[in-house]
Ligand binder design. Structure first.
Ligand code: APR
Ligand code: ZN
Ligand code: ZN
Length: 362
C-alpha cells in the first residue's frame, strides 16, 4: 500500500509502497478515507519525541473497517470509524476510573515483542507511530484506539474529531472546566485552537477572545464563536486582553507551543485564573514565571494532554453535536489534498493561513 514514510528527522515525507500485516487479536484494519495534517505530526517528523524513523505518522484518521482480528468485539466490517492516538489498556486504575487518557499501560494496545511488525518495507519493520499511522492507504489499529461514528458525518470532518476537536474542545470543557459566564482567551487559532473556541462557546463562556498573528484566522474564529479578537502582531497582547476584560481572563489557552505565548497566557489571567498549555514545545522547551506574582494572584498553570478526553465517550458526543448543527467542523477543513501533496501542505502550515488540511486521496 502507499504510505508517507519519514526516513530521517527533518527529511520530510517520502511516498513509498510498504506492507501492512493482517489484523491479530483486537486489531482492526481500516481503509483510510481521510487523514488530517495536525501540527504535532510535523514536530514528530522533525524532532526526536521518542518515535524513530523509518515511521508512518498521522493520527487524525477516519475510514471504513475492512477487516477485524479474531478478538475484536466492538467493530464489524463496513463500520465508519475515527482513530485517536490515545492508547489505553482498559484495565488499569486510571482506565477503570474513566481517565483513559492517563492509562498506566498504553503499550497494551501494541503488538508484543516477538510478533511481526504491523508495517514493514522489504521485510524490515516500519514504525506505525502512535498506533494509528494514518498517512497511508490503510491503517491497522487496536480497537481501543477506534470509535464507531454515524456514517452521516463526512470523512474529513470525522478525522478532525480524532485529535483537533477532542484536544481543543476537551481542553475547555474537561481539562480547564470553563463554565458559563467565564472569560476566555485562546492564543493560536489553528485546527486545535479553533476547537478550544468551540468548546468555550458550548459551555457558555461570556467572552471568547481569539488571538493570532493572522487576520484570516481571526475572521475564522468569529465563525466558531469568538466574541473579540486581537492580532498578536499589533501592540501589546496582554495589555489589550486586560483592557477588553477589565483586568484579565478567567482562562487563557496557549495552543501554539512557544515560550513567549505561554508567558503571555499566564500574564493575561485575572486573579485566580487558569492558564492551560496545549501547544507542544521543541524538546527541552522551558518558560519563566514570576513566582511571587503567581502565588499572590493565585494563578494556576495547567498542562493539558488530549483535552483530558475519553475518546469512547467524547468522539460520539462531538459527532452528535456536529450533526445537530451545534458544533462547526466543516469550516475547519481548509482543503482536501492527495497523499502526494503532504510535503507542500505541511510547508503551507507554516504560513499560519489555513486551519486543517486533510488528505482524502491516497
Ligand atoms: N501569537 C499568536 N498566534 C500565533 C503566534 C504568535 N506568536 N505564532 C503562531 N500563531 C498562530 C498561527 O498563525 C496559527 O494560526 O498559531 C496557530 C497554530 O496553528 P496550527 O499550526 O494549525 O497548529 P495546530 O494543529 O492547531 O496545533 C497547535 O497544538 O497539539 C498542538 O502540536 C500541536 O503545538 C501544536 C498546537
Ligand atoms: Zn489503562
Ligand atoms: Zn494532533
Amino acid at each position: 500500500m502507499r504510505a508517507a514514510v519519514v526516513n530521517a528527522f527533518g527529511g520530510g515525507f517520502d511516498i513509498e509502497d510498504i506492507d501492512i500485516a493482517d489484523p491479530l487479536g483486537r486489531e482492526v484494519l481500516v481503509d483510510v478515507k481521510a487523514s488530517g495534517l495536525c501540527h504535532s505530526d510535523l514536530h514528530f517528523a522533525q524532532n526526536d519525541f521518542g518515535m524513530a524513523p523509518p515511521m508512518v505518522l498521522g493520527h487524525e484518521v477516519s475510514g471504513v473497517v475492512a477487516a477485524i482480528g479474531p478478538d475484536v468485539t466492538e467493530f464489524a466490517v463496513g463500520d465508519h470509524v475515527v482513530g485517536s492516538l490515545v492508547q489505553f489498556c482498559g484495565a488499569c486504575d486510571e482506565c477503570l476510573s474513566g481517565r483513559t487518557v492517563r492509562c498506566l499501560r498504553p503499550e497494551a494496545t501494541l503488538r508484543a515483542a516477538g510478533e511481526p511488525p504491523r508495517l514493514s518495507r522489504r521485510g524490515e519493520p516500519v514504525l506505525a507511530a502512535m498506533g494509528t499511522a494514518g498517512f497511508a492507504e490503510r491503517a491497522l489499529i487496536h480497537e481501543n484506539q477506534l470509535v464507531r461514528i454515524d456514517p452521516a458525518v463526512p470523512f474529513p470532518e470525522a478525522s478532525v474529531l480524532g485529535c483537533g476537536t477532542i484536544t481543543g474542545a476537551g481542553a475547555a470543557i474537561h481539562a480547564a472546566g470553563v463554565t458559563a459566564g467565564d472569560t476566555v482567551a485562546v492564543i493560536g487559532l489553528g485546527g486545535v485552537g479553533l476547537n478550544v473556541v468551540s468548546g468555550a462557546r458550548l459551555v457558555g463562556a461570556a467572552r471568547i477572545i481569539g488571538i493570532d498573528l493572522n487576520d484570516e484566522k481571526l475572521e475564522l474564529a468569529r465563525a466558531f464563536g469568538a466574541t473579540d479578537w486581537v492580532n498578536a502582531g499589533e501592540g501589546d497582547v496582554v495589555a489589550r486582553v486586560r483592557e477588553l476584560t477589565g483586568g484579565g481572563v478567567d482562562h487563557a489557552f496557549e495552543v501554539i507551543g512557544r515560550r513567549q505565548t505561554v508567558e503571555q497566557a499566564i500574564a493575561m489571567l485575572r486573579v485566580g485564573g487558569t492558564a492551560s498549555l496545549i501547544g507542544i514545545h521543541p524538546a527541552g522547551g522551558t518558560f519563566e514565571v514570576d513566582a511571587n506574582t503567581l502565588l499572590r494572584e493565585q494563578k494556576k498553570v495547567n498542562g493539558v494532554y488530549m483535552g483530558s478526553s475519553n475518546i469512547k465517550r467524547d468522539i460520539p458526543f462531538y459527532a452528535s453535536l456536529f450533526l445537530q448543527g451545534r458544533l462547526d467542523l466543516s469550516d475547519l477543513i481548509a482543503s482536501e489534498i492527495a497523499l502526494d501533496d503532504i510535503n507542500s501542505a505541511y510547508a503551507a502550515l507554516h504560513s499560519g493561513k489555513t486551519a486543517r488540511t486533510v488528505i482524502t486521496r491516497f
